[in-house]
Write a protein that binds this ligand. Sequence first.
Ligand code: FES
Ligand code: FES
Length: 206
Amino acid sequence: MRAPERMQQDMTPTGNDNATADNVTGSGSSAAGLAATLMPVGMEVNGMTVALSLDPRTTLLDAMREHLRLNGTKKGCDHGQCGACTVIVNGQRINSCLTLAVMHDGDAVTTIEGLGTVDDLHPMQAAFVKHDGYQCGYCTPGQICSAVSVLKEIAAGVPSHATADLTATPTVTRDEISERMSGNLCRCGAYSNIAEAMVEVAGAEA
Ligand code: FES
Ligand code: FES
């Protein structure tokens, strides 16, 4: 939720790749060898075109946090268990810790910073504030990215394990929200208020 001008500044590649190589090898000449293995990755991040040169082992999560300084996306477990790293890629939510940045060359990525700004919150961000959908806030960026995508999935008719009738269009119910948000863990236990925020944004009775 940063001002656009700050985000623009953050889009500039940091040039930290050689520094990373130095840390690994402790030697300038070996670092030069490692630098030769870097791969170009172009993405549209929060509506802005970015060009990075990355170690192919870099996760999308680390590309966002360490290379683009978009620290809204959080690293919780770093192995697909908590959902704190959820971002939206080409319209679908994914765990950014489980995918390599080089796999997303040409993709459009939306992080929490791209959903809204402090002065112009996304409706889901505003609803989380209104309904106290967080306490410490660590899981919140992932929860909000997931929540935005969940409502789109339901509107698009994508069924979940909680959908009783696979021939009917799913609706926004507490069961659907619980099932679809089950990959986003909250140690503070704000689940009930998160669901209330989602219900309000959906304009549904649940
Ligand atoms: S940090 Fe990616 S799922 Fe936990
Ligand atoms: S608000 Fe603290 S972990 Fe969810």
